[in-house]
Design a protein. Structure first.
Length: 201
């Protein structure tokens, strides 16, 4: 698997169902993200099992992502029409209902290949998630095999960690959460931090 962390995020243009339910035939990732942070997540298929729980978990945290200046984008190999049908199906019937982020149709599977999350023999993607900074670089990538759902709160934490690093120039040690002390990235900073927190790690 390709390691994209520390490299520019692949760009793409494809059809997508937008937040308002309209279909945009030429949705472009970089244009959509603009000067914000981006969180691109891949899931295997519409109308399946773990996938709707993850998509709704992202949807239910969109107020927080918006507060942090993060544009969320979902991608699967289904068509834009299947995405629209799933959005138009109530949750009580196995659907999603409206969700507050675009759902991209990777019908050629090229986006999945570019992010290296495609299971070629099955023609579907792994559960990959990519945090893109304002600099267009991938700061974090996370990939699960099909049965394992993601913890969406972890992506909120990672955005907050990236923003803390950008604001303060310090690094975020293990288990860092918003409001915690950071670490200066030098020998003295490590010694100072571990002297106070080693037992809590």
């Amino acid at each position: 698997m390709a390691v994209l962390a520390g490299k520019p995020a692949p760009d793409f243009t494809a059809a997508a169902v937008m937040e308002d339910g309209s279909i945009k035939g030429d949705f472009n990732l970089k244009e959509y993200i603009g000067d914000d942070y981006g969180l691109v997540f891949f899931y295997p298929l519409d109308f399946t099992f773990v996938c709707p729980s993850e998509i709704l978990a992202f949807h239910n945290r969109m107020n927080k992502f918006k507060e942090l200046g993060v544009k969320v984008v979902a991608v699967s190999v289904d068509s834009e029409h299947t995405h629209a049908a799933w959005r138009n199906t109530p949750t009580a019937e196995g659907g999603l209902g409206p969700v507050d982020f675009p759902m991209v149709a990777d019908k050629t599977k090229q986006i999945c290949r570019d992010f290296d999350v495609l299971i070629e023999e099955e023609g579907i993607s792994l559960r990959g998630t990519f945090l893109i900074g304002k600099d267009g670089m991938v700061w974090h990538q996370y990939v699960n095999f099909l049965p394992l759902g993601r913890n969406v709160d972890e992506f909120v934490r990672l955005v907050e960690a990236l923003q803390f690093h950008e604001e303060h120039g310090e690094v975020c040690p293990a288990g860092w959460n918003k409001g915690d002390e950071g670490m200066k990235a030098d020998a003295a900073g490590v010694a100072d931090y571990l002297g106070k927190h080693a037992g809590e790690l």
